[in-house]
Design a protein around this ligand. Structure first.
Ligand code: A3P
Length: 296
């Protein structure tokens, strides 16, 4: 079944798969995968800082050595830390050497059941959903495998219905957060990374049991800032072929800030969003930073 009218999204067990990128029978194999203690899954709703976390984790593994994570034969960081649900990746995961670091946009119920026996580690990155919506709008314009939004209003309404890449933001975050005590999970937000990258990297290193010298830590931080990632083709995905991403339309590293939604939302859209947010998230124990000015 298609999602909404979009020919690019296929609803599979309640989650929109991207045609040509995710294969339903492979996604179904993920739940039964054996998980090793050393496995790490970065889980995000799309446009919440996935490639940023890829860059940080690759640098943590290389102890800040950027040369090791920018090999010329790599198109992007996804070659080293792929999406588990991308075609061909399940088989690759089964035979890969440890440690296996993967990213995923899947909801909790489609991920390996072994994770809830505290096997492996999960890093969930959340971002304020108004900025996610805006970032996703621009990404849908540049991603050739996704439907181009007819207008911002049209995309806004689809996002609210969960008819976009990643599905329903509210369900995604709640499905993972509800299980945080069953998993070996670290939860952090895009905004806390942006406001204090050094502390976030330290917490991540502790969570993963990676020891770093002060210099190594500084190098991880240095090579994962927005401005520096923008200069690294593997980190900013600029070499991903035009058949997949139209780099003239937008860029993967677009603004990298908090509160860009204010440049896009109308008063009516903001009102609608707030109503849904309050209804859906009233019992959710995490608060979001909606504007960079709130914290400066
Ligand atoms: P914007 O479109 O708002 O700029 P994902 O990797 O999940 O697709 O998320 C992409 C978003 O993360 C984009 O947001 C991108 O600019 C932002 N991003 C990537 N690396 C970043 C960094 N080092 N610092 C801040 N934002 C970053």
């Amino acid at each position: 079944m298609l999602v909404g009218q979009s020919p690019s999204l296929l609803l599979h067990r309640g989650f929109p798969l991207i045609q040509g990128i995710n294969l339903p029978h492979e996604v179904d194999q993920i739940q039964d995968l054996e998980v090793r203690d050393s496995d790490v899954f970065v889980v995000t709703f799309p446009k919440s800082g996935t490639i940023w976390m890829q860059q940080i984790l690759l640098l943590l593994q290389s102890k800040g050595d950027v040369e090791l994570v920018t090999k010329k034969d790599k198109v992007s960081n996804a070659d080293l830390m792929p999406w588990i649900e991308s075609f061909g990746q399940v088989q690759e995961f089964i035979t890969a050497e440890s440690p296996r670091f993967r990213v995923s946009h899947l909801p909790y119920y489609l991920m390996p059941a072994a994770l809830c026996r505290e096997k492996g580690k999960v890093i969930y990155v959340a971002r304020n959903p108004k900025d996610v919506l805006v970032s996703s709008y621009h990404f849908h314009k540049m991603a050739m495998m996704l439907e181009t939004p007819a207008s911002f209003e049209d995309f806004f309404q689809k996002f609210m219905k969960g008819e976009v890449m990643g599905g329903n933001w509210f369900q995604h975050i709640k499905s993972w957060f509800a299980h945080k005590d069953d998993l070996n999970m670290m939860f952090l937000t895009y905004e806390e990374m942006l406001l204090d990258l050094t502390s976030s990297v330290k917490r991540l290193a502790d969570f993963l049991g990676i020891e770093l010298t002060q210099d190594q830590l500084q190098n991880v931080v240095k090579h994962s800032t927005f401005n520096n990632m923008k200069k690294i083709p593997q980190a900013n995905y600029e070499n991903v072929p035009r058949e997949l991403l139209d780099h003239h339309e937008s860029s993967f590293m677009r603004k990298g800030t908090i509160g860009d939604w204010k440049n896009h939302f109308t008063v009516a859209q903001n009102h609608q969003f707030d109503e849904v947010f309050q209804r859906e998230m009233k019992d959710f124990p995490v608060t979001f930073t909606w504007d960079i000015r709130d914290v400066s």
